[in-house]
Write a protein that binds this ligand. Structure first.
Ligand SMILES: Nc1ncnc2c1ncn2[C@@H]1O[C@H](COP(=O)(O)OP(=O)(O)O)[C@@H](O)[C@H]1O
Ligand SMILES: [Mg+2]
Length: 260
């Protein structure tokens, strides 16, 4: 559905942000990208969103190269980025200008119920908490039923309770239309809660270090031993990626033993 073919990105100042990234994402899959800061996660998401162009390689969405932002790709950023001059319902309805007012109202009302904000239609963004604003951003991104949803650390500024509740809302909305999702997170528990597959990246240049399939069926119980085990495995991969800056094959047990 979505594929990256030997995707590389070098910025004008020479920063090699991504090197030869190749990934295939299946329709309806939720893919999480984790890794230390500077390993190119945001760069990759911006390329998929069509906000920037790769230096080499291609990104194909259903066989078509992504060259610019598209209406069928939704994006949720770390900050809600609501339009301050629009009410909550106008923000949510932003991508629905092709519909009649009646159809828009119905969809917006339903979307606000789904993110737990029924009754907030007429409020202004400034009258909402950070968590409520992010709920509006989620409703706005999903109301157009995008076939691809991109999220860059969308829950990282929120407290743990709000984050857990938004995970639930997001999964409920995802279950309705099953968009393909690519999300960046630094929170391994979030990745294990939401994702089907977790890609661990490494910096300088940004590249894939490891890949884990999430074996857990949904709904997932964070307190179950299998959740703990999956989380531990993902944390171990992340720890390894943060420890070895060198590719793994260069560090044999023997040479490591010589120095420790
Ligand atoms: N517009 C830019 N110009 C130059 N370098 C950039 C730009 N954006 C990001 N970088 C650099 O590219 C690398 C990857 O950045 P980024 O994609 O933001 O990583 P992450 O989201 O994983 O923290 C970093 O070294 C960062 O400093
Ligand atoms: Mg980033």
């Amino acid at each position: 559905m979505l594929s990256f073919e030997t995707l590389s990105k070098t910025y004008a100042d020479g920063t090699h942000a991504l090197s030869a990234i190749t990934i295939d994402v299946a329709a309806g899959e939720i893919l999480a990208l984790v890794g230390g800061s500077g390993c190119g996660k945001t760069t990759l998401l911006r390329l998929i969103a069509g906000l920037d162009q790769p230096s080499a390689g291609r990104i194909l969405l259903d066989g078509e190269a992504i060259l610019e932002p598209r209406a069928d790709v939704g994006v949720i950023f770390q900050e809600p980025r609501l339009f301050p001059w629009l009410s909550v319902s106008e923000n949510v309805a932003f991508g629905l200008s092709h519909l009649s007012a009646f159809e828009r109202e119905g969809l917006v009302a339903n979307a606000l119920v789904r993110v737990g904000l029924a009754g907030y239609e007429k409020r202004w963004p400034r009258e909402l908490s950070g968590g409520q604003q992010q709920r509006v951003a989620i409703a706005r991104a999903l109301i157009t039923r995008p076939k691809l949803l991109l999220m860059d650390e969308p829950f990282s500024a929120l407290d743990a309770t709000t984050r857990a509740s938004l995970h639930g809302h997001l999964l409920a909305l995802w279950a309705e239309s099953r968009p393909t999702v690519v999300m960046v997170t630094h929170d391994v528990e979030e990745a294990v809660t939401l994702a089907d597959r977790i890609i661990v990246m490494q910096p300088k240049p940004g590249r894939i270090f490891d890949e884990l399939d999430n074996p857990l069926a949904r709904p997932r119980d964070r307190l179950s031993p299998s959740f703990e085990a999956t989380k531990r495995e993902a944390l171990r991969a992340l720890d390894r990626s943060l420890r070895d800056e060198e590719p793994r094959q260069h560090k044999t047990a023997e040479t490591a033993g010589m120095w420790w």
